[in-house]
Design a protein around this ligand. Structure first.
Ligand SMILES: Cc1ncc(COP(=O)(O)O)c(C=O)c1O
Length: 370
């Protein structure tokens, strides 16, 4: 703020969009109107976000929370932990509130990866826990997905030794979008948790389309060696606010809580507290996602491109051509698709989003693949 004094700067901000003054590549977010809509000048379908959020009720809760900006968030974090605990059917000492579930994944990576621990994981997979554990000296034992893009539970289980400190299950899986078949899930989790820690990343749990699909929170309740992570980033649309949580037996929760570094902030906590009171928003988010996936499936069917039926807010499909090239070609047409997931370099992950953006993707893909 050397050449622009604070008053001038605020004047500028008042006249237009904050984000685009700071960085012209950021979305146009206009403040001051009731309906605040974050849109980019391209179809941003690369990060599995929910473009509807935060819901109107949550926005109001954030505004109301500003007065608490001068206070440390400990008391409100305790209140949120109690609310989550009540929803999950556990006591609040099972809950660790984190800055996005990423911070929970990192805390677990640190807790169980230190001192030469071994983490068994599928490959490719969402990498936060593994890459953090690797940085503190853990050995990451990667098991390729099977031919159906499922995590190879048999092989993951077979590789457990007395050196294994954690097995990372991502269910539903990122990037494939696949769900572990219900009948295989409990047996695998029992086997693993009898020998080591089972970590179940359930970031996309709300999007599961199979009825009565169990959460591994059930096993936490039974006192097993199981940790579950959840997030407010996806169905609740709070990705930018950074809030999520771990659920684990109190002794495990305490060990991981000691490794939570940033903790979240008070606005995010108030936002999360308001999320559960807005069922209509939740239902709309699920519906938008279903509608988006249907449009994507239709295009992939038209183009005869293989895809994995998705239990998430994205679809993983076989491009049959190098993903780097496809990313570049799609970007030129105003569509950002997911990053490469080696070794699956001829597959593409496309997130759902506003239906106009999904339609833009469909048109662009047809042109690029022509
Ligand atoms: C499987 C999985 N887990 C965790 C996360 C982290 O999300 P957040 O840190 O926003 O909770 C993501 C984000 O895309 C994800 O795909």
């Amino acid at each position: 703020m050397s050449t622009l004094n604070r008053r001038n700067w605020l004047g500028l901000v008042g006249a237009g969009s904050v984000a685009s003054i700071i960085d012209p590549s950021l979305p146009n977010v206009s403040l001051g109107s009731k309906e605040v809509i974050s849109t980019y000048d391209y179809a941003k379908l690369n990060s599995n976000e929910n473009p509807l959020g935060p819901s109107p009720k949550v926005r109001q809760a954030i505004i109301d929370a500003f007065d608490y900006g001068c206070r440390y968030p400990s008391a409100q974090i305790r209140t949120l932990a109690q609310k989550i605990a009540a929803k999950e059917g556990v006591t609040s000492d099972h809950i660790v509130i984190t800055g996005g579930s990423t911070e929970g994944l990192k805390a677990a990576g640190l807790t169980f990866g230190l001192n030469g621990g071994e983490i068994i994981t599928s490959d490719p997979v969402y990498r936060s826990l593994n890459s953090y554990a690797e940085q503190v000296g853990a050995y990451i034992n990667m098991v390729p997905l099977d031919e159906n893009m499922q995590q190879d539970l048999g092989e993951m289980s077979k590789r457990i030794t007395n050196r294994t400190s954690l097995v990372f299950l991502c269910n539903p899986h990122n990037p494939s979008g696949a769900l572990v078949p219900k009948n295989d899930l409990r047996e695998f989790c029992d086997q693993v948790s009898n020998k080591t820690i089972l970590f179940s990343d359930e970031a996309y749990y709300d999007y599961i389309t199979e009825e009565d699909y169990p959460s591994m929170v059930n096993m936490v309740k039974e006192g097993k060696n199981v940790v579950v992570s959840r997030t407010f980033s996806k169905v609740y649309g709070l990705a930018g606010l950074r809030i999520g949580y771990l659920i684990a037996r109190p002794d495990l929760a305490e060990r991981m809580r000691a490794n939570v570094m940033a903790r979240t902030n008070i606005l995010a906590v108030f936002a999360a507290l308001a999320c559960y009171d807005d069922q209509k928003f939740y239902d709309n988010s699920i519906k938008l996602n279903d509608d988006g996936k249907k449009l994507i499936y239709a295009t992939l069917n038209d183009l005869n491109l293989k895809y994995i039926p998705s239990h998430t807010n994205f679809v993983f499909f076989h491009t049959g051509r190098p993903i780097q090239q496809l990313n570049t070609d799609m970007r030129k047409k105003g569509v950002a698709v997911g990053r490469p997931f080696p070794p699956l370099l001829d597959w593409c992950r496309i997130s759902t989003g506003h239906l106009n953006d999904v339609k833009k993707f469909n048109m662009a893909l047809k042109e690029v693949m022509a």
